[in-house]
Design a protein around this ligand. Structure first.
Ligand SMILES: Nc1nc2c(c(=O)[nH]1)N[C@@H](CN(C=O)c1ccc(C(=O)N[C@@H](CCC(=O)O)C(=O)O)cc1)CN2
Length: 364
């Protein structure tokens, strides 16, 4: 029951207002045009008071608190931030972190904590909203860094999606492009908050293919780097990906060397069309079919030097039966791996994925 109307659109910082209830309206308004939204609000509130809508709730992507004045001259524009933290466990960490946010007027909307049994470590992920005027971005980094130093944190990362640059990624693939196509479509839909710097493949593609036309339309370079068993051309690939934040192997069928992984230095995320640790290596769908399994799956994992052995980020499964054949195994696997990979990348970008122990992950 939501209609979208643009109340005003001028250059400048958007604030957002979402009204929900019967006859709802989503108004994307400029900060200067909030007065118009307030007028609309008052009119709807008057109608609400007449029983027009019992559950009118003002929520906005730039949120306001209950009880606070709706007069735009008073209400700040609040934006979301995320912070993840990993350190040795100690009493008072949650209090310290939540106080760090509250002290600057931030409001925590979600807080996940994990302290494993028999393992003296602490993990947390908080989602909060804050006023960037009250808590400037650089000051936020310094405030969280001070806590990280106090607890000797192994990991402390804060991101403000509307201020921080998007993660830069390169996509690597071989012949199959269903995972790449899914990634590109999700990216185009805005569901994958990344900047795709380039696509690299050891297979050439004709210019009139869907993938190549899409990449050309969006100005994303395609690099054909022909590899052989004796020459994986890793130095050239390293040069092409040197400015990226992480890599995505979307069915890249070349095993990356330890030298490459060390030389690159950032995370590499792979999609395996099998339910690891079963059926590692090539042709996992056929391995599963030959094994007579009743569940097939896909696994997204961090890439380590050992093949298909890195920490698992996301897995998805589907039932199969005697009525399936190899073709349906492959088709079902491909459908699963597309979804599994995009979910894993989204979780990674939202700071939900943290290394846990030597070969596991915490995924909030
Ligand atoms: N160091 C790593 N490199 C790669 C990993 C990894 O986990 N660690 N994952 C693979 C993807 N992959 C399965 O998901 C995979 C890739 C390649 C092979 C394989 O047997 N490749 C042959 C060549 C195959 C060909 O040329 O068509 C080989 O390299 O000898 C198995 C599984 C990506 N890289």
């Amino acid at each position: 029951n939501k209609k979208v109307v643009k109340v005003g659109q001028k250059k400048g910082k958007y604030s957002g207002g979402i009204l929900s209830g019967t006859g709802t309206v989503i108004g994307l308004v400029e900060a200067e045009s909030e007065r118009m939204m307030m007028m609309m609000m008052r009119r709807i509130s008057e109608r609400a008071a007449t029983g027009f809508s019992k559950n009118l709730i003002l929520r906005s992507s730039a949120s306001r608190f209950h009880g606070e004045s709706l007069d735009s001259s008073v209400s700040p524009v609040l934006i979301p931030g995320v912070h993840v933290f990993h350190c040795q466990d100690a009493v008072g960490i949650v209090a310290k972190l939540s106080d760090c946010i509250a002290a600057k007027g931030g409001n925590i909307l979600g807080y996940d904590v994990f302290v494993p049994e028999n393992n003296n470590v602490f993990y947390s992920r908080s989602e909060f909203i804050f006023d960037p005027v009250k808590w400037p971005r650089q000051q936020m980094s310094e405030d969280f860094q001070a806590i990280a130093q106090r607890y000797g944190a192994m990991n402390s990362v804060v991101r403000v999606p509307s201020i921080d640059p998007k993660y830069k990624i390169a996509l690597l693939l071989s012949k199959q492009d269903h995972c790449l196509v899914e990634m590109l479509h999700r990216w185009q839909d805005g569901k994958l908050p990344v900047d795709i710097t380039c696509v690299i493949s050891n297979h050439e593609r004709a210019s009139n293919t869907h993938v190549m036309r899409f990449l050309e339309r969006h100005g994303i370079p395609y690099h054909y780097v022909a590899t052989t068993k004796d020459n994986k051309r890793e130095d050239e690939i390293l040069e092409l990906v040197k400015d990226t934040d992480f890599l995505v192997l979307a069915r890249y069928m070349q095993i990356l060397s330890g030298k490459f992984l060390k030389g690159y230095g950032n995370d590499v995320i792979n999609i395996h069309h099998g339910l690891l640790p079963s059926f590692k290596g090539g042709y996992p769908a056929k391995q599963a079919f030959d094994a007579g399994v009743k569940l097939i799956g896909a696994t997204s994992h961090f890439v380590t030097e050992e093949l298909d052995a890195g920490p698992i980020i996301e897995q998805m499964v589907e039932n199969v039966s005697h009525r399936d054949n190899l073709r349906s195994f492959v088709q079902k696997s491909e459908d699963l791996e597309k979804k599994c990979l995009t979910k894993a990348i989204k979780s990674y970008c939202e700071l939900r994925v943290l290394p846990y122990g030597t070969n596991k992950t915490v995924v909030f």
